[in-house]
Design a binder for this molecule. Sequence first.
Ligand code: XMP
Length: 514
Amino acid sequence: MIVVVDFGSQTAHLIGRRLSDLGVEVKIIGTIDAVRKIENLKAQGIILSGGPVSVYEKSAPKINSQIFELKIPILGICYGWQLMAFLLKGLVESGKKEYGPTQIKVLKKGKVFKKFNVEKFGAWMSHGDEVVKLPPGFECLASTSKIKFAAAANFEKRLYGIQFHPEVEHTKKGKLFLKNFAVEVCGLKLINKSIEVGAIINNVRKVANQYGENSKAIVAISGGVDSTVSAVIVARAIGNRLILIYCDNGLMRRGTKKEVNQIFKEDLGIKPIIVRCKGEFFKALKGVVDPEKKRLIIGKLYIKIFERIAKKLSKKDKTEKFLVQGTIYSDVIESKGTDHAGMIKSHHNVGGLPEKMKLKLLEPVRHLYKDEVREVGRQLGLSETTINKQPFPGPGLAIRIIGEVSVKRAKRQQQADSIVLEEIRRAGLYKKVFQSFPVLTGVKSTAVKGDHRFYGEVIALRIYGSSDIMSASWSRLPAEVLQKMSSRIVNEVEGVSRVVYDITTKPPATMEWE
Ligand code: XMP
């Protein structure tokens, strides 16, 4: 087993996920009492994760230095490496900040760079501090054009430190690096791993029965893959003890209501309850410009509606109701999932839940990443169209409209969104992009339309590739496809003067603008 010590990294679970995919048994633990826990678990390898703060900050999570005397191989990643260097008398300084892609030059292979067969490889960075002096006994294995010690090791003590993130998909040889650490350094044997849908279904049945033998699940569906997979799991687990609800709130993509009916009524034979609540949502969002406020308002309103319906239904059939949501692990992490993690956004179905929620909650795919949810969907026999749907945020297009969300602006966003999707499909690129959407930026610019001055809103297109959501890079779409989108948007969508293309990677930028 490899134990990952989580210092509040956005990607600690992803490190675990990568190792687990390789066939390594993994356990993620916090920093409290970590050394004793590692000994009890009889770990054969340790990974110290990244984290959001500097080792010099008061709040910086630390670890007992005894960890370096356990004679177990240790890999420090980013903050984990900086902490290792700091505790072993190296020097860490506020360095040349790097966020996003870089090239790592391998200077000495050791076991960790075995089979790399390249002098340089592309990797993802996300750091403010850097190790500027190695601790005694360490030597440098790799550098970038900005930092000297991108990788270093004390071979004798089997201690390794790296500044880059091998766990994110955009680090090209990241999996090989982690495999080398597990197999070559820690001496682990890899086992075959597969996702057990049956186990997930059994687990859901167990929890549902704990909520009451006759209890019923209210499943909030959006037509997206996470909620659809969750709903089908629940259907398989507890059959007709299932109530499907779709909130028709004006914040969804065009055509979503039709799609939801198609998936559930026509394909699965379960008729969803459609709640018309557009007025309620736009009223609640009136005058609200702060993204976090938008999220919290929307989250609360959803819950209010679900509770209202549960109450009404319970009056009739007198059974206990609980709420099922399609929360996935990236939602949990980005809404502050672990002890030391920084809060990025309060995803409405996690951080945005009211503290006093009357309904009990069940989240069948909470521990899975997007690509794993898709795999589960495939095993459940869902159509490829449903499985390959782009993720859509819980707060909907409200967080793709900077500033106030009015009915008029929502319509504009939906219209531009349809154009972008149409053109992506027409060009046969749908499966190549992870998400695509226009953002109403709230910025105005001058244009000339039919010889008249026109002062209208700027739309930004965000189109990118990713598979696990934790990192992303913008899609290199053919120029003619971008041109077509731009021309159609300025011509067809009222009030738009200009279209720009967002070329920021994640990190540092998040996918959504808000
Ligand atoms: P960010 O913008 O955080 O997005 O890089 C990561 C993924 O999550 C989606 N997203 C959300 N999903 N509630 C959700 O359910 C939210 O508040 C929320 N914000 C972002 C986003 O579309 C992307 O797939």
